[in-house]
Design a binder for this molecule. Sequence first.
Ligand SMILES: NC(=O)c1ccc[n+]([C@@H]2O[C@H](COP(=O)([O-])OP(=O)(O)OC[C@H]3O[C@@H](n4cnc5c(N)ncnc54)[C@H](OP(=O)(O)O)[C@@H]3O)[C@@H](O)[C@H]2O)c1
Length: 323
Amino acid sequence: MKLLVLGGTAWLGRTTAASAIAAGHDVTCAARGTDVPHGVRQVHVDRDAPDGLAPLIDARWDAVIDVSRQPGQVRRAARQLRTDRYVFVSTCNVYASQAEIGADESAPLLDPLDTDVMTDPEDYGRAKVACEDAVREVFDIDRSAIVRSGLIGGPGDPTGRSTYWPRRFAAPSNPDGAVLAPDAPRLPTSLIDVRDLAGWLVRLADGAGSGVFDAQGVPHPIPAHLEAARAAAGHRGRVTVAAEDWLAERDVHEWVGPRSLPLWLRDPDWYGMNARSTERAVAAGLERRPLESTLADVLGGPVVSGAGLTDGEERELLAQLAV
Ligand SMILES: NC(=O)c1ccc[n+]([C@@H]2O[C@H](COP(=O)([O-])OP(=O)(O)OC[C@H]3O[C@@H](n4cnc5c(N)ncnc54)[C@H](OP(=O)(O)O)[C@@H]3O)[C@@H](O)[C@H]2O)c1
């Protein structure tokens, strides 16, 4: 297959291009940067310019895979590139509600962003809706795949959301080996391994399936997720759970970023975000490795700074809990 990856210099796009090369395809990556996998042809484009795709439009592609989040970029690519198939990487953030567990692709979406450029990160979901619309204006359902990804994890995760827990269990902050966790027994988590998602995107580009798909990892309540991380790290200490209100009162943040407990979400109206139905994706060939295997594979990677609690923050919170 003659494949064009729009992107290829960041985490998922790069892994996708590498996966396509490994599968024997002829791969071109188009981006402003040059850090693409070995074996890929790199073309410099700036998709923000109206004629930015000029170096690509004389070519004919079997498939394009696009990771953009900017509606104008996607609209121009869908209209200008000559390709049989278009695979667009979207997000489960396109849905209007994240409350229902097990909701499928027919759930209502947010209103599309009505500008070409997203400037406020709060508009991410609406921008992706507009991107999806731009693809579907040009490519009918048989010639396109819209992949609404859930949280991506695994080696190279730049956000630290999938790496914090196994690394925390592998290197506790305190001599007792205690690890602080939120008391949220019913909170679903899910991680789709970046390598599983990348491989499936390439197979979709090669015709394995068409339509709209929610693509997430298998859901695990956070206690089971932490058990998998403990097992991957060989941790033998205690898991010390703290009440959600207690954590919030001490300015511990949810989900991601500094002074956070990654993956933690307090609001039950967000419990469906990581537990959507993936039946359609699995029927179209999405294969997911066990969570423990993904978590074990991040142990050797770099520590992501600014993700989770520092050792000092965790020690201080554990000491307060012990009083
Ligand atoms: N991380 C998650 O958990 C998660 C969850 C759901 C969905 N997603 C989706 O998964 C995808 C992640 O993609 P990714 O890891 O490859 O990272 P990304 O940061 O979204 O990639 C953006 C890519 O587009 C290129 N790009 C940006 N602006 C450009 C421009 N003006 N002209 C040309 N190229 C441009 C970038 O390359 P240059 O900067 O080199 O130009 C880069 O390769 C995204 O679609 C994201 O929305 C992620």
